[in-house]
Design a protein around this ligand. Structure first.
Ligand code: SF4
Ligand code: SF4
Length: 342
């Protein structure tokens, strides 16, 4: 495992990170086994979020005795200072630490999010103050909206940007990554498997390792999965012609029928949380159906408000049949809900 500077933030991180979502579905003992295997394999960067249920707590338990050996990253979804401060204090408590290395504003994708974050009483002032107090070493931001992510990077206010990046969703390699590099920002890649759409780890990482300053955050749900991915980092990473053809096949097979979570379709006049609901199938596959039902409840219940007006369809750059797809996801959610109640 190589260790590289995280932009010019002063942090040094392993070339491969750890995404904190899949450990949600593991019991405590199994989660600790995965986290410790990752650490033994040389992974030092652990990324989680207040939103990820008990993921912060499990990471805190795993590394309380190794605090100075790991780089801990978490996030707040709150846009107001009071809410964000409460979440930060909670993160510090459950992660058993007195500082977070990288604290990120989670999913700033709409103008409305940014307006709230930067308003008087918004989250931005709170995190700057927490940094001055030594509770945060670096402030970062995450987004799924390319135009917004570029805008956030260009504000010069953040030390890092986290955005989806994989061979299916590679738009970030253009202006976004260039603008972040120019500013010495750390670059994090979420969703290396395109939210579960890519099932070939070798090709996924062969593509990603062409960008050695982009820190990839795969989620792991077993020690064996850690070993599998880490072993890829011990091998040469050339992308062959056959790999390029395989990537092309993924593009063709997936076609336009999957949601890239860009959020251009929002807002829905009926308040349907389209992007979150469009991810239900993948979330159910990654977590257990029971946890997925709880985790997505607010978003999935909002689908019932859909009047099929198709405003979202007009705005989706991928021409997805959103109301039909929502109905399909909602049907699956309802089935999982009734199964988890029985
Ligand atoms: S079709 Fe449904 S989800 Fe799309 S904008 Fe209209 S009400 Fe909202
Ligand atoms: S439904 Fe379309 S516009 Fe909405 S987030 Fe998904 S890909 Fe983007």
């Amino acid at each position: 495992m190589k260790y590289i500077p995280f932009g010019s933030t002063g942090l040094t991180v392993s070339e491969l990170g750890f995404g904190g979502i899949p450990i949600i579905r593991l019991d405590e003992k199994s989660a600790l086994a995965v986290l410790h295997r990752a650490y033994e394999a040389g992974i030092t960067l652990y990324d989680t979020a207040n939103l990820y249920r008990d993921s912060e707590r499990k990471i805190g338990m795993a590394f309380a005795h190794l605090r100075d050996k790991v780089v801990l990253a978490t996030k707040t979804f709150r846009r107001d200072a009071a809410g964000a401060t409460e979440q930060l204090e909670n993160s510090l408590r459950v992660m058993k630490t007195d500082y977070i290395d990288l604290y990120q504003l989670h999913q700033i994708s709409q103008d409305e999010d940014w307006d709230k974050a930067t308003a008087a009483g918004g989250v931005l002032k709170a995190v700057v103050k927490a940094k001055e107090q030594g509770k945060i070493r670096c402030i970062g931001v995450t987004s799924h909206n390319l135009a917004m992510a570029v805008k956030l990077v260009k504000t010069g206010l953040f030390g890092s940007i986290q955005f989806p990046f994989n061979f299916i969703e590679d738009a970030a390699k253009g202006e976004l990554h260039s603008a972040a590099r120019e500013r010495g920002m750390g670059i994090l890649a979420m969703k290396p498997f395109a939210g579960g759409m890519i099932d070939n780890a070798r090709i996924a990482f062969a593509f990603l390792r062409q960008y050695p300053d982009v820190l990839v955050l795969p989620g792991f749900d077993s020690p064996e999965r850690v070993d599998e991915v880490v072993s890829l980092y011990q091998q040469p990473h050339t992308v062959s012609d056959a790999d390029i053809q395989r990537m092309e096949r993924y593009h063709q097979e997936l076609g336009k029928q999957f949601c890239r979570r860009c959020e251009y379709c929002q807002p829905c006049p009926q308040g349907v949380m389209i992007t979150s609901a469009m991810g239900y199938k993948v979330i159910a596959a990654r977590m257990s159906p029971k946890v997925a039902v709880e985790f997505t409840k607010v978003a999935m219940e909002s689908v019932a408000q859909c009047t099929e007006c198709r405003e979202c369809v007009d705005r989706c750059p991928y021409d997805l049949p959103i109301p039909d797809m929502l109905k399909e996801h909602y049907g699956l959610y309802e089935r999982h809900k009734s199964e988890s109640l029985s």
